[in-house]
Design a protein around this ligand. Structure first.
Ligand code: NAP
Length: 359
């Protein structure tokens, strides 16, 4: 068997998403194009790092640091993964970039577009790789769906897409330090989960993405509870085609248990299946028959999840870094900025302000 290249990850923060990501990195995958090594863990406390390693990568022996800085400066680390709350992403990215380290940073990439631009400017100045960890854009399901929608035109001309991300978070019962409650940490449904609805809407309405995409017009409304944005309803309209996207998010209650969205076309529709927009597992095509009557159920395209679904993003990131690229082709900097600008406008219309917006 041919040798595959190796990449050594430095993981920053030991919360939920870091654990999910690391679980996928250490999966035993004989067909993986890259060998992922957990080289170092950075945490606010040594004990947290130790407990993280014994739980999520017991067969690895990473260096555990009680700071993030030491991970950035470890010469054995090839790339940094950032899994802190959104409000720290800018600082963490800038620090990693200053140390010359490539970065894969969780979504929401930053709190606002101005912060994202600052990070990309620093990356451009230092000639360092940076990539927003919008894992959805790496999924084979998404690529197959877009091919069927825009190349094969399986449902004719797409004219509308509807995506709903709902989950129940009992915000009043959470401690004030929770990232779901603390505005200083970026609390709110839009940056946490609405971003997925928005991304799905754009992926299913815009054949040109990423990089050469059209900026849609946006109308939005948001509701707040105890000062935290808990429901966002967004209407996108693409000027050149008149296509509409309805992107919804709420932390007030769950969405549909298995169908999180529907893409409508002149010849039928596609149902998007999975418990949430962040966990798509299949889609089913409904097409009008030759009489142009009500669409009938056709083929279901299944994409069984490998691990938690982060492997595609992790492999693509590793291959980028090993090849010396500075951006990821599926999530270029321009696309991250475009989405951050849309979210800025949605928050402006919805009345959600974070402390850092005032700086
Ligand atoms: N891609 C996805 O599907 C997905 C899913 C969930 C979350 N996310 C994103 O990942 C990021 C983290 O979310 P999470 O759910 O993993 O959060 P979490 O469980 O609260 O973990 C965040 C970690 O960040 C570190 N941290 C540093 N300063 C902190 C502070 N002041 N308050 C809280 N934590 C602090 C802590 O690690 P140490 O103490 O070890 O330093 C903490 O464990 C968010 O930006 C979120 O949007 C992405």
């Amino acid at each position: 068997m041919a040798e595959v290249p190796t990449i050594r990850w430095g993981i920053v923060a030991t919360g939920m998403i870091s654990s999910w990501f690391v679980e996928d990195l250490v999966l035993d995958r004989p067909d993986a194009p890259v060998k992922h090594i957990i080289q170092a863990i950075g945490s606010s406390a040594l004990e947290k790092g130790q407990s993280f390693v014994s739980k999520y990568c017991p067969n690895s022996t990473p260096t555990i640091y009680a700071s993030y800085e030491e991970v950035y400066n470890d010469p054995s680390v090839d790339i940094i993964y950032i899994g802190t709350p959104h409000a720290f992403h800018k600082r963490n990215c800038l620090d990693a970039i200053a140390a010359g380290k490539p970065v894969l940073c969780e979504k929401s990439f930053t709190i606002n577009a101005a912060e994202a631009k600052e990070v990309f400017k620093a990356a451009a100045d230092r000639n360092v790789y940076v990539h927003e960890a919008m894992w959805l854009r790496h999924r084979p399901l998404v690529h197959n769906l877009r091919k069927l929608l825009f190349e094969k035109k399986i449902i004719g001309d797409v004219f509308r897409s509807y995506i709903d991300f709902g989950m129940e978070v009992d915000i009043p019962s959470l401690p004030s330090t929770s990232r779901y409650k603390d505005l200083a940490l970026g609390a709110g449904s839009l940056l946490d989960i609405g971003l997925y609805s928005l991304t799905w809407a754009m992926l299913t309405l815009d054949a040109g993405m990423p990089g050469n995409s059209e900026k849609p017009k946006v109308q939005a409304s948001q509701t707040h509870l105890h000062g935290v944005e808990v429901t966002s309803s967004i209407l996108l309209e693409y000027p050149s085609t008149g296509r509409h996207g309805i992107a919804l998010s709420t932390t007030m209650g769950p969405g549909h248990p298995n169908c999180f969205g529907r893409v409508s076309g002149t010849g039928g529709y596609v149902e998007l299946e999975g418990v949430q927009p962040s966990h798509p597992v299949s889609f089913t095509v409904f097409r009008k028959d030759e009489n142009g009557e009500i669409p009938v159920k056709g083929e279901t395209f299944d994409f069984p999840r490998v691990g938690r679904g982060f492997i595609y993003e992790a492999d693509n990131t590793a291959l980028d870094v090993l090849a010396g690229r500075k951006e990821n082709a599926l999530v270029p900097w321009s696309e991250t900025i475009r989405v951050m600008e849309l979210m800025d406008e949605i928050r402006r219309q919805g009345g959600t302000v974070y402390p850092v917006d005032r700086v």
